[in-house]
Design a protein around this ligand. Structure first.
Ligand code: HAS
Ligand code: CU
Length: 559
């Protein structure tokens, strides 16, 4: 395919889609910053996994003052920087490609630079030991103002990106009156619509309470109110991490497999359900918190089981798409299609393995959500067991799988080390299963999370094997990420130059309806109104009875 120049843009594919090279560069840097943060974060992750086996390598890290400093860097760089940066880049691209038009260039640059500034500020605070407050930064633990400001900027960067997507969508609507929003753009924009509403909790918490408190303008912070605002955003954030992976599982993995997206309308329903149900569930992180009426907690428990449903539909749809691909490649019988999938493609292997791990991640999530069973697992190592199979694999391994086609596309290079890339996905898969087996079984035996086990004066014999499995699994995961970073660097620096062509997204088996009630799916305003109503039902009774803030804690820090 030849690359033709048109109005300063490079036209890469027969559809005529043109992304200006400055926008492609911005997207590329989002992806690089995200994976750069991950590369730093996993070094600390390695140290924390060894901690569970009683091995202390923290002294290897120059200037590291405590276990909690490393854990904060690990959490923030993985869960906030990798996810936000990668998603900003990836969904900017999918929206532009879906709509077949470029984005707003200056806004895209502004979003990238805001993110970079946020990383620098929060990174400085964490690395200098002024923000060892973990990624949940619960008061009364107090961090340096630069930490809160940095995190606020990370969120602002997602808002700028979001404004950009809505701006592009409204331009597209004007140019294409009466048409259905293309599916790829629809699911990308829906993800940001959800996050825009969800992030309001953390924005109020950080800008309204914690930042002024850390600057000394407020005498204290209210731990319960802060935690409530944090988890308002904090459960929904897990779907802001997950949905870009779902965008890929729905729209790209079928193409890698040689199948099709199972159904356009069903895919839209899934994303709309996530929009409506992701937010009013935050109390399932606060079952153990005093001061919140049991009835409110129970309401959130029920809604949590509601938001499980779109993941069930996803499992069904994605398996159907994979089966279509496997059968087209000659797979027979009940399971034969699975083995006929193109396992030599690292994008496919990484993402299908990520899905398999997510089955366990999802089941452990349902156990967490079960109102009273939560008491068995809350604050134990079980919880990191759960979230390394969700954000740590379903999301992170999927992002790596996406990177195996995206980074070559963005850098106009061929992927180097394809076989190493495939091996990397399997190594990660094995590593996380061993790691999570350790954490999950240890958690059931009461092994705590967020604890410097090396210095703990208590332990149980049953934690020993759990700790060793955690350390061995964590080491394997770490080695796998080193391979990933190696493949990426080799591709960027030494991959053979090539014309990237189009991005590999799939056709649908059942397309969108062009008339009838289904068209209302595309009216985001209606669904945002439904979401706001659910949020009011889920949060207003508590806030009305609780406000104004009652518990004033002056705060302390460990630096
Ligand atoms: Fe969670 C705690 C409940 C999903 C992340 N979660 C956490 C924390 C994190 C996290 C980071 O109710 C810790 C926060 C902290 O620091 O304190 N979680 C759930 C539930 C779900 C869930 C009900 N979590 C996630 C996702 C995350 C994530 C996704 C990140 C991306 N979680 C909780 C609760 C807590 C919690 C409580 C608080 C615990 C406590 O006490 O502190 C559900 O959304 C899960 C639904 C998903 C499924 C899986 C569907 C499977 C699919 C794959 C299909 C497979 C295929 C394979 C196609 C049911 C879609 C094909 C091949 C074949 C041959 C089969
Ligand atoms: Cu949650």
């Amino acid at each position: 395919m030849s690359a033709a120049r048109a109005n300063g843009s490079i036209v890469h594919d027969p559809s005529g889609f043109a992304l200006p090279s400055s926008q492609r560069a911005a997207i590329r840097w989002f992806v690089y910053v995200g994976f750069g943060a991950m590369g730093i974060a996993v070094i600390h992750g390695f140290a924390q996994a060894l901690n569970y086996a009683g091995i202390n390598i923290l002294t290897w890290f120059p200037g590291l003052q405590s276990y909690y400093q490393g854990l904060t860097i690990h959490g923030v760089f993985n869960a906030l920087v990798l996810t936000f940066a990668f998603t900003n880049g990836f969904l900017a691209l999918t929206t532009a490609r879906g709509l077949g038009r470029p984005l707003h260039g200056p806004l895209l640059q502004a979003s990238l630079w805001t993110l970079i500034l946020g990383v620098l500020l929060s990174g400085w605070a964490m690395f200098s030991g002024r923000a060892s407050v973990l990624f949940t930064f619960y008061p009364p633990l107090q961090a340096h103002p630069a930490y809160y400001l940095g995190l606020a900027l990370l969120v602002v960067s997602t808002w700028l990106l979001s404004i950009n997507l809505f701006w592009s969508l409204s331009r597209w609507r004007r140019e294409n009156p009466g048409q259905r929003i293309p599916l790829l753009a629809f699911i990308s924009v829906a993800t940001y619509a959800m996050w825009d509403l969800a992030s309001l909790g953390i924005a109020v918490e950080v800008v309204g309470l914690l930042l002024p408190w850390s600057l000394g303008w407020l005498d204290g912070a209210d731990p319960l109110l802060s935690r409530t605002l944090f988890w308002f955003s904090g459960h929904a954030i897990v779907y802001f991490w997950l949905l870009p992976a779902y965008v890929s599982w729905y729209a790209f993995v079928p193409r890698h497999a040689g199948g099709k997206i199972f159904s356009d309308p069903l895919t839209r329903v899934v994303f709309l359900l996530f929009l409506a149900l992701s937010i009013p569930t935050g109390f399932h992180h606060q079952y153990a918190d005093p001061g919140i009426p049991e009835a409110m907690k129970f309401t959130h428990a029920i809604l949590t089981f509601g938001v499980f449903y779109p993941s069930l539909i996803t499992a069904f749809s994605v398996i159907a798409a994979l089966e279509m691909g496997g059968r087209a490649r000659g797979g027979r019988g009940l399971t034969g299609w699975f083995f006929k999938l193109p396992w030599g493609d690292p994008s496919l292997s990484a993402q299908v393995l990520a899905m398999l791990v997510f089955v366990l991640g999802g089941i452990t999530g349902l156990i967490n959500a079960s109102f009273n069973v939560n008491q068995v697992v809350h604050n134990t190592a079980w919880i990191p067991g759960h979230f390394h199979m969700t954000v740590g694999t379903a999301v992170a391994l999927s992002f790596m799988g996406i990177a195996y086609w995206l980074v070559p596309w963005l850098s106009s290079r061929e992927l180097r080390g394809r076989r190493i890339a495939v091996a990397q996905s399997w190594i990660y898969f094995v590593g996380v299963l061993v790691f999570a087996r350790g954490m999950i079984s240890g958690g059931l035996e009461g092994m705590p999370r967020r604890t410097f086990m090396v210095a703990a004066t208590y332990s149980k014999p049953s934690w020993e094997l759990a700790g060793v499995l955690t350390a061995v699994g964590g080491t394997i995961m770490f080695l796998s990420v080193i391979l990933f970073v190696g493949v990426m660097l080799a591709t960027i620096l030494a991959g053979r130059r090539r014309d990237p062509g189009d991005i590999p997204f799939a056709d649908t088996l059942v397309g969108p309806a062009v008339s009838g009630w289904e068209r209302h799916f595309d009216r985001f305003g209606i669904w945002v109104a439904v979401t706001i109503l659910l949020i009011v039902i889920a949060y207003a009774p508590f806030l009305v009875s609780y406000l104004p803030p009652k518990l004033w804690s002056s705060g302390f820090s460990i630096y």
